[in-house]
Design a protein around this ligand. Structure first.
Ligand SMILES: NC(=O)c1ccc[n+]([C@@H]2O[C@H](COP(=O)([O-])OP(=O)(O)OC[C@H]3O[C@@H](n4cnc5c(N)ncnc54)[C@H](O)[C@@H]3O)[C@@H](O)[C@H]2O)c1
Length: 338
């Protein structure tokens, strides 16, 4: 495959390296000139995961047109808020029916559209795919086992992603490196909603843990979080079963319980009383759940979907509601059938 990876941050860098190791021809676009220069010269930037080295064969450019021209597949790994304008800039240079795969996890900040819908709108005629599931870039960079899901309405796109980043069948690549297991799915909406909303629930769980509410409360929040994710996914045309898979429950558990999760770190910081601005500056990487909480809250209201945890996370992050008051309001809600 001739692949262009758009975004040379933690996840884009690792995905570019994996595709290159599988023998694909990879170009990497990085918008930030200083980060691009660092990736080109020392093969890592300040955003790269610790110990990461970009393979020497990968050309790095700040010119999106140069990155995309002549490529069969585009893989997007930038904050979801910038996916639409980036693809609009790349559109003329991409062929008439490019394969465009999104690895970003979020929603369009104004419309609430899934990343798949954003691609369709920005690049009419594109063959759209989504890559999601439990994946801390840092663990994948060090070759540890992981399983992801590639979703597309076009089965050839899903298997193309599976091959590009998972490699074919066969033995392990080396004694300390395991192939990514990439499953396929045709439920694009379900996979998109799972990947976007788990970040919001992880902020709630981080806060719950920061308050010392214990293991019972954490398990309850994850489970009720999954329930509201499933309601939104179904309302948007996805299948509830998808939410019990890698892009739903799998990624939710990872993001809610793994200390490498930035969204969980945001929740822990809120419970300590740290300011959001300071917390985000300290993370140095995007924490998508912050923006997604507000977008998802508006989307849920518009679609008539009950999402109480998302609503409270958004109220804390965007309306200045004290986290303890949000907890109190969640626990005071009427209790019905599960
Ligand atoms: N890091 C992970 O483990 C991981 C795993 C799975 C999915 N993701 C998702 O991948 C996406 C990127 O995450 P990351 O961890 O690589 O983030 P990061 O903060 O490490 O990197 C962000 C990238 O986006 C670029 N960028 C920032 N502003 C931009 C703009 N205005 N226009 C174009 N590009 C811009 C940055 O230059 C950088 O290349 C997010 O949606 C995240 O949820 C991350």
């Amino acid at each position: 495959v001739k692949l262009a990876v758009l975004g040379g941050g933690a996840w884009g860098g690792v995905l570019a390296a994996i595709a290159s190791r599988h023998g694909h021809d990879v170009a990497l676009w990085e918008v930030d000139a200083a980060a691009a220069a660092a990736l080109a010269a020392r093969r890592a930037s300040d955003r790269s995961v610790p110990g990461f080295r970009l393979p020497g064969e990968i050309a790095v450019t700040t010119d999106v047109v140069a990155a995309v021209t002549g490529r069969d597949m585009l893989l997007v790994a930038i904050p979801s808020a910038y996916v639409a304008p980036t693809l609009a800039a790349a559109r003329a240079a991409a062929g008439p029916a490019p394969v465009v795969v999104c690895a970003s996890k979020g929603l369009h900040p104004e419309t609430g559209d899934t990343m798949a819908a954003v691609i369709e709108a920005a690049m009419p005629g594109a063959r759209v795919g989504v890559l999601s599931g439990p994946s801390f870039a840092q663990e994948i960079a060090s070759g540890r086992p992981a399983a992801l899901v590639a979703a597309s309405a076009d089965a050839a796109v899903a298997t193309g992603v599976q091959l590009c980043f998972g490699g074919g069948a066969g033995p392990l690549q080396g004694p300390t490196e395991y192939r990514l297991r990439i499953y396929t799915s045709d439920d694009v909406a379900g996979v998109c909603i799972g990947g976007a909303l788990k970040n919001v629930i992880a902020i709630a769980v981080g806060c719950c843990d920061g308050f010392g509410f214990g293991d019972n409360a954490r398990a309850a929040l994850i489970t009720r979080g999954l329930a509201e994710m499933g309601r939104l996914a179904e309302r948007m045309g996805g299948r509830a079963l998808t939410l019990s898979g890698l892009a739903g429950l799998g990624d939710l558990v990872l993001t809610c319980t793994g200390d490498l999760s930035r969204n969980r770190q945001v929740g822990l910081a809120l419970a300590r009383g740290d300011s959001l601005v300071d917390t985000l500056a300290r993370l140095g990487h995007v924490a998508e759940g912050v923006g997604t909480s507000d977008t998802a809250r508006r989307l849920a209201t518009r679609l008539g979907v009950d999402m109480p945890i998302t609503r409270e996370v958004a109220a804390v992050l965007h309306d200045g509601k004290p986290p303890r008051a949000a907890v109190g309001d969640l626990l005071a809600r009427d209790i019905g059938a599960e």
